[in-house]
Design a protein around this ligand. Structure first.
Ligand SMILES: [Zn+2]
Length: 66
């Protein structure tokens, strides 16, 4: 039985940039952002993303449109 991939919430403590990183279960090598695309910070916080994080991230991206 394959293990479900756990989406991760990646946050930049410098500028507040964040993204949800969801590794594919069939990928042998995980490719995830290692630096912040905004400020180049390499010390990204990585947390397990729960359904609440996913919802918040979606809402935040909608609110940032203007
Ligand atoms: Zn940053």
């Amino acid at each position: 039985m394959p293990i479900k991939p756990h989406p991760k919430l990646m946050q930049c403590p410098n500028c507040g940039w964040q993204t949800i990183y969801a590794p594919r279960s069939d990928a042998l090598i995980e490719h995830r952002p290692e630096t912040c695309p905004k400020c180049g910070n390499k010390e990204l916080d990585i947390k397990q993303a729960g359904i609440a994080n996913l919802a918040i991230s979606l809402i935040a991206s909608l609110l940032k449109r203007n």
